[in-house]
Design a protein around this ligand. Structure first.
Ligand SMILES: [Ca+2]
Ligand SMILES: [Ca+2]
Length: 264
């Protein structure tokens, strides 16, 4: 092969690689500046401390449900980073909210998703990773604690491999959360834990703690997801129907519930 042919081939190869890069994706993971995010919870029951560089945050209080949520909408985005419970103390809930709107913890009516992960079994609170639909706010009660549908927290799924496995002390886990109007996927350490279709609401990404101190989120990035393929049809059906059914049961059961008031 002549030198000129080699040059031409190399040029063609380079062009096709560039073409792949632009058409097939390789969307950039962009570091997220957390200085514009918002902390919410019950007064005196949370403390989200931004870390140097504004790309990590540590929550220090063992208290009622609290969130630290993004300054951009979650639809069409994938949030990634690491989560670590940087202590051997306690065994409670850490995780995320998705499609969250400011004020949702205490709102009477809500429509967001909760991804929570408990280290140990404790009374009605189950260890492991769960995905739930939250319809009546998220207080210090059997909704957040036991995923009781009577309190507007309806479990949609347990994690594929972590559904009955708690987080370990001081271990750094990677996470990825991809969210659209019709699907949510969640990976932990690159293992797909949830791939759930539904008819979801827009709102923010947020970090979530409940009754767990010393939780560090770091190396946070965001990636814009490619648009859904043409003709992709959302599937609002199955879990929405299930929630309607559970909602009816929840209404009947509501009177029997007790509010949790102590952090254990
Ligand atoms: Ca606790
Ligand atoms: Ca505990």
């Amino acid at each position: 092969m002549s030198f000129s042919m080699k040059v031409a081939l190399a040029g063609a190869l380079a062009s096709s690689l560039i073409g792949l890069g632009t058409t097939a994706g390789f969307a950039a993971e962009v570091p997220v500046d957390l200085s514009g995010w918002t902390a919410q919870g019950y007064p005196g029951n949370f403390n989200w401390v931004l870390q140097p560089g504004n790309n990590a945050v540590r929550q220090t209080v063992n208290g009622s449900p609290t969130v630290f949520f993004s300054d951009y909408s979650a639809f069409g985005n994938q949030l990634s980073g690491t989560i670590q419970v940087a202590t051997s103390g306690d065994d409670d809930f850490v995780g995320f909210v998705v499609g969250f709107n400011s004020g949702d913890l205490t709102a009477a009516t809500t429509d967001f998703l909760l991804i929570d992960w408990k280290q140990g079994n404790q009374g009605t609170a189950k260890r492991g990773l769960a995905l739930s639909h939250v319809t009546e706010g998220l207080g210090d009660n059997d909704g957040a604690w036991a995923h009781n549908p009577a309190w507007g927290v309806d479990e949609l799924a347990r994690g594929a491999t972590l559904g009955d496995t708690g987080w370990a002390d001081n271990v750094v886990y990677s996470f990825d959360i991809a969210y659209t109007s019709s699907n949510i996927k969640v990976w932990v350490n690159d293992v797909l834990q949830f791939d759930v279709n539904g008819s979801f609401s827009d709102g923010r990404f947020g970090f979530y703690n409940y009754s767990q101190a010393s939780v560090l989120y770091a190396g946070i990035t965001n990636e814009t997801l490619p648009p859904p393929p043409p003709g992709a049809v959302p599937e609002p059906a199955s879990w929405a129907m299930m929630i309607l059914g559970l909602g009816a049961v929840g209404t009947i059961m509501r009177r029997q519930q007790h509010v949790r008031i102590a952090f254990a």
